[in-house]
Design a protein around this ligand. Structure first.
Ligand code: ATP
Ligand code: MG
Length: 587
């Protein structure tokens, strides 16, 4: 059925909605594709639903092509399976939890590893049943701390999630590769510019993991890439190569010095250079060891201070730290926390107070660059004092290392040592080898060829289907509105009846029917009250790639075909109209 503007459930808006900051959000609301119900919760209007279905179709076709089978789980799930894997607690405030009338605990599924694992356990018992890959395209719920940019980061959103089940690692590698290849085809068809980067496995557990990031300046993810060797990784997953330990046999003893009013790295470096000048060179921020204290809040609610030691020329990167301590979340170490830990002298915290042996007994993790034998200027745990020449491994140790320091353009590539480049992107897909974590927790075993029970090995693979709509819109718009790629557009042709003449409306209607009869999807602007100017504006806002204008020219037997992207327009004869439109669509 062709859509007609006179009856289509649509209201376009001339103004951007007040809460919309990014173009995709502004335009999808203004052009009548989606409508907000509550923060991060949106209604799909008819035009939006068409686009969503097109994205779904592409995803479905490529999943089917690798032999994955579609099913559909409920979104409303009982607590028990999530309790068994620990995720009922681990997911923390991100999960929507609720009770039924008998006081039973339920949740709205944020992701479905547990359900798929149990379904396979329910139905399969032998290695002969494997491998199998199952998927669904389904609504997910996450009570995101910061829902953002409309459907880009929703609290209710649509995900394609699939899961592979294999008897051994070699099988998992194959299933993983099949999914990876399918994802390449999906994101190619969706028209994204994207990169595949190494990723953190996050709350899912598991090992090998990659993300598909659509490149976008305002993306929430930062990744680095090496032009020399092709290494690419989400900054969360970058592992800094630890320098080899160096000998400290010849290093002088550490000495504490008065450094009044030097609570920041900048003031400290300035003071060092005036009061303790070096002979070989100036002191720099990179000579200092900065100890940052944060408060971890564990899923069970317990709070634990954590100290992180990084070279003073680096910052602790919030996202890298968050990825490392997950499922705990990071909060600031506030004045009250300092008051409760008098051994921590704000601005002058040194290793002496930290670690299992330190006076404050705060867990202490070091950046890998603080390798054995390196010498530092760092806090002396006294107001206005620092220690010079404190040597790692000789004068202090920590409870371990942590990858939390910021990663910068120009940093050495972990794989070839050339300089890294940095850019931003939007996570569109995530694939990872889960291993046996879920199968073990839920006891999914099958008999192997020797009649022995083996724990099944799994992979987990997600595509943000609703996010993809936002992301495509983000990459395909201009000052006037959306410009859909042809295979995503809600219709193939937008016919504008530019005039109130009956002949114009009648011809538009005939053209609509003729195109529709050929399977070409049409949106026909047949409104009598709207002026041609309003109709043109709406057509540009809505963004169907081919606009056909039926107007004054009709009297001379011509109509106009306009390319929404290039703005190029040409006049064609009505006798040739069908063929010309067909050709335009095929371009
Ligand atoms: P993010 O880091 O963006 O929060 P995630 O790593 O938590 O995402 P996954 O659990 O890997 O997400 O989910 C698979 C895919 O689902 C993601 O790659 C993304 O495309 C999509 N997705 C995740 N969260 C949301 C959301 N809140 N709104 C829309 N899509 C989402
Ligand atoms: Mg992810």
């Amino acid at each position: 059925m062709a859509m007609r503007m006179s009856s289509l459930f649509l209201r376009t808006l001339r103004e951007n909605p007040a809460d919309a900051e990014v173009p995709s959000h502004q335009l999808l609301v203004r052009a009548g594709y989606i409508r907000r119900v509550s923060p991060g919760i949106y209604t799909w209007l008819p035009l939006g639903l068409k686009v969503l279905k097109r994205v779904e179709t592409i995803v479905r076709e490529e999943m089917d092509a690798i032999g994955a089978q579609e099913l559909l789980f409920p979104a409303l799930l009982p607590r028990e399976p999530y309790e068994a894997t620990g995720r009922w607690t681990e997911y923390g405030p991100n999960v929507f939890r609720l009770k039924d009338r008998k006081d039973g605990d339920y949740l709205l599924g944020p992701t479905h590893e547990e359900m798929f694992t149990l379904a396979v356990k329910d139905m399969f018992s032998s290695y002969k049943d494997l491998p199998v890959s199952l998927y669904q395209i389904q609504i997910k719920y996450r009570d995101e701390a910061r829902p953002r940019a409309g459907i880009l980061r929703g609290r209710e959103f649509i995900m394609k999630d699939s899961y592979s089940f294999d008897i051994d690692e070699a099988g998992l590698d194959k299933s993983y590769q099949l999914h990876r290849d399918a994802y390449v085809r999906i994101f190619d068809r969706l028209g994204f510019h994207y990169v595949i980067v190494q990723a953190m496995a996050g709350a899912m557990g598991g090992s090998k993991s990659e993300e598909f990031l659509a490149t976008a300046e305002n993306g929430e993810d930062t990744y680095v890439r090496c032009a020399n060797c092709g290494y690419a990784a989400n900054v969360e997953a970058v592992r800094v190569p630890a320098p080899e330990p160096v000998s400290y046999a010849d290093l002088p003893a550490a000495h504490a010095e008065d450094t009044p009013d030097t609570p920041t790295i900048e003031t400290l470096v300035a003071h060092l250079n005036s009061a303790f000048p070096r002979e070989d060179r100036e002191w720099t921020a990179g000579d200092t060891l900065k100890n940052v204290i944060v408060m971890l809040v564990h899923p069970d609610g317990t709070r634990e201070p954590l100290a992180i030691g990084v070279p003073g020329d680096r910052e602790v990167d919030e996202k890298r730290l968050a990825a490392q301590v997950e499922p705990a979340v990071v909060e600031a170490f506030d004045e009250a926390a300092f008051a409760a830990n008098p051994a921590l002298v704000k601005g002058y915290i040194g290793p002496g107070a930290l670690g299992a042996e330190g006076s404050a007994k705060v867990r202490y993790l070091l950046d890998p660059r603080v390798a054995e034998g390196t010498s530092w200027v760092t806090g002396a745990n006294e107001q206005g004092r620092h220690v010079i020449g404190l040597v790692a491994g000789r004068d202090f140790t920590a409870d371990g290392t942590i990858e939390a320091a910021d990663v910068r353009p120009g940093d050495a590539c972990p794989s070839c040592s050339e300089g890294l480049e940095s850019a931003r992107g939007i996570e569109m897909g995530h694939i990872f080898q889960l291993g046996r974590k879920y199968a073990e927790a839920l006891d999914l075993k099958v008999l192997d060829e020797n009649g022995k029970l083996q724990t099944v090995i799994m992979g987990s693979y997600g595509v943000g289907v609703s996010r993809a709509v936002a992301c495509i819109a983000e990459g395909n718009h201009d000052d006037f509105g959306l410009v859909w790629p042809r295979n995503i557009s809600p219709a193939d042709v937008h016919i504008v009846a530019a005039g109130k003449d009956d002949t114009i409306l009648t011809y538009g209607e005939e053209l609509t029917r003729a195109l529709q009869a050929e399977g070409i999807e049409v949106l026909f602007d047949d409104r009598k009250q709207a002026s041609p100017g309003v109709k043109f504006k709406d057509a540009e806002l809505i963004g169907i790639p081919t606009i056909v204008v039926v107007g004054k020219g009709l009297a001379e037997g011509t109509i106009e075909i306009k390319d929404r992207r290039s703005g190029e327009r040409r006049s064609v004869s009505t006798t040739d109209a069908l063929a010309q439109i067909r050709a335009e669509i095929a371009r």
